[in-house]
Design a protein. Structure first.
Lengths: 135, 191
């Protein structure tokens, strides 16, 4: 079930949505990306980089999450990102890398830059796939 | 939510190179062990079984056919249990590299008949079983192998190959920008 208080719920598949870029190195087997946003954020994402599922985590069937916090300057550039928490250290690096490759829309001249840090959580999940055997 | 999509199958070439890489890693481990043993000894005359040593080096270099031939010659003159087991193990790995699974299985079985605590033997045989789609047998060998050496990387790789064949998964990345993160139980549930 999806939280009803979420104002915006976006579901995109990799390759279909222009503002989503894969923070890819070698494992391109990510098939689903889900993005939850709410009205509390005053900045609109311009480019949202998607972290790679760590190969070792995938191999050992490990799921988890990592939260990265950062400030956004007036041009929409992400400043001083740092990992606030990570369920497993192998999720921290790709999450931080994805944040560094992301950006937001610039603010208007009459707007002020928020002093509050923004945080983004990445959840890394593995869903079973049903395979139909072909004789 | 969108319908779950089937993962694209990896190209055959990539699968083969993975098998070859795994076999090379196993041979490297076998080679390194006697090297560390040799360092304990004060006097080193040279390899007692040059065919076996060169065979392993050929296998490591990716020359599986030459490596297997040399190792077969080395097996004929192998002295002692350890030397014979190294030869059998390398033959099993070498035949896997050249995709001849029947002889590979035969040498793995000979190895495990001689030493049922040889985790690399279980690893190699599990790999053969995965390639032959004998998944239950592969699982059984992996369990024994992991009991013998719980931290072996190659066993984890073979287990992953087994899981990819029997319980495939697709990765799902959720980006959550909500200030008040109400986690959906269905999405974060542990498997």
């Amino acid at each position: 079930m999806v939280n009803r208080r979420s104002v915006l719920f976006i579901l995109v598949c990799l390759g279909l949505a222009a503002p989503y870029v894969a923070s890819a190195d070698d494992d391109t087997r990510v098939t689903r990306i889900t993005h939850f946003e709410d009205a509390s954020s005053d900045r609109n994402p311009a480019v949202t980089a998607v972290p790679q599922y760590p190969k070792l985590a995938r191999r050992d069937r490990i799921e988890g999450e990592a939260t990265v916090c950062y400030k956004i300057d007036k041009n929409g550039k992400i400043v001083n990102p740092s990992v606030r928490k990570s369920s497993h250290k192998m999720f921290a690096k790709p999450s931080l890398k994805a944040i560094k490759q992301s950006s937001y829309e610039a603010i208007r001249p009459d707007q002020e830059v928020s002093k509050v840090k923004t945080c983004r959580t990445f959840r890394f999940l593995l869903n079973p796939v049903a395979i139909e055997e072909i004789e | 939510m969108a319908a779950i999509q089937l993962l694209p199958r990896r190209p055959e070439v990539r699968i083969m190179s993975r098998h070859a890489a795994l076999a090379i890693a196993l041979i490297a481990a076998i080679l390194l062990f006697p090297a560390s043993r040799a360092q304990e000894s004060k006097v080193v005359i040279g390899p007692r079984n040059p065919d076996l040593t060169e065979g392993a080096q050929e296998l490591l270099a990716g020359n599986a056919v030459d490596g297997v031939q040399l190792t077969l010659r080395g097996l004929e003159v192998a002295q002692g249990k350890r030397e014979k087991e190294a030869a059998l193990s390398n033959l099993c790995a070498g035949f896997i590299m050249i995709d001849k699974l029947e002889p590979a299985l035969m040498y793995c079985n000979m190895l495990l008949s001689s030493n049922d605590h040889h985790w690399r033997g279980y690893n190699n045989r599990a790999l053969i079983y995965v390639m032959q789609k004998e998944y239950k047998k592969a699982e059984k060998d992996l369990l024994i192998g992991q009991e013998l050496n719980p931290n072996a990387r190659t066993l984890k790789v073979v287990k992953s190959m087994l899981l990819d064949a029997t319980q495939p998964v697709e990765s799902n990345i959720i980006i959550d920008d909500r200030r008040r993160k109400k986690v959906d139980a269905g999405l974060t549930e542990d498997k």
